[in-house]
Ligand binder design. Structure first.
Ligand code: 5RP
Length: 231
């Protein structure tokens, strides 16, 4: 296992320490949080914990089933105790860009329903300013695509419709929508940009997660795990 995988695994192990018996937990998507989901599954078997999981994507749901974690939905549990998820970029204020896996809408809904939102990542995800070498993924209603892309350009972005691999045409999300990756360069005011994007009719959700994360565990290349906490 290379240093990055080790770092993801160690960060996830720290996050799983927040799991308590009886918790209902939001389960994020991506390769980093997958380690946390596997570890939660192990703890349920070994310690007979009563845990329920709310997966944020098809990928997370399949892994949740595979790991033997009983599932529930927001219908039964509109408030969650804890959510663990990954991120694509993290700044010093713990603002995030998420959505490279295309699951950003459900991830944001689940994160908004949780008492504690914990992020796991390796050190390559840390940045001084969001947007440096990282476009902002935005979920868009297919009907609205042309006008949404035009309005994104008017707001200074360079939008690119995300193309699928192993299928011709665009990526279709778990919600039946498209993903547009919008390059804004360095983002000076992420909160403002998030509300500007959200004001475009046809935008379902953006990958800007502003003032949402409570704790970030960052696995480093030297084998340590850094804990960052929101102020
Ligand atoms: C999916 C996400 C993921 O959390 C994000 O892309 C990080 O993934 P990984 O841990 O594989 O780097 O937001 O929509």
């Amino acid at each position: 296992m290379g240093w990055r995988e080790e770092a993801k695994k160690k960060a996830s192990a720290e996050a799983v320490k927040h799991v308590k018996d009886g918790f209902t937990i939001g389960l994020g998507s991506g390769s980093t949080v997958a380690y946390a989901i596997q570890e939660i599954g192990k703890r349920i078997q070994q310690r007979k914990l009563r845990i329920l999981g709310v997966p944020t994507s098809h990928q997370a749901m399949m892994l949740t089933v595979h790991c033997g974690i009983p599932m529930t939905t927001l219908n039964e549990h509109s408030q969650l105790d804890l959510t663990i998820d990954g991120a694509d970029q993290i700044d010093r204020q713990l603002n995030l860009i998420k959505g490279m896996g295309g699951a950003l809408t459900r991830e944001k809904i689940v994160a908004s329903a949780t008492k504690q939102f914990v992020i796991v990542a390796d050190e390559t995800k840390l940045t001084e300013k969001l947007g440096a070498n990282c476009a902002v993924p935005v979920e868009v209603l297919p009907f609205a695509l042309p006008t949404v892309m035009l309005k994104m350009q008017e707001k200074g972005g360079k939008p690119v419709l995300r193309e699928a691999k192993g299928k011709v045409g665009p990526v279709v999300t778990d919600n039946g929508n498209f993903i547009v990756d919008v390059d804004f360069g360095h983002i000076n005011t992420p909160k403002k940009l998030d509300s500007q994007l959200k004001s475009i009719p046809g935008v379902i959700e953006t990958g800007l997660f502003i003032e949402m994360a409570d704790i970030v565990y960052v696995g480093t290349r030297v084998g340590t795990v850094q804990k960052l906490e929101s102020k």
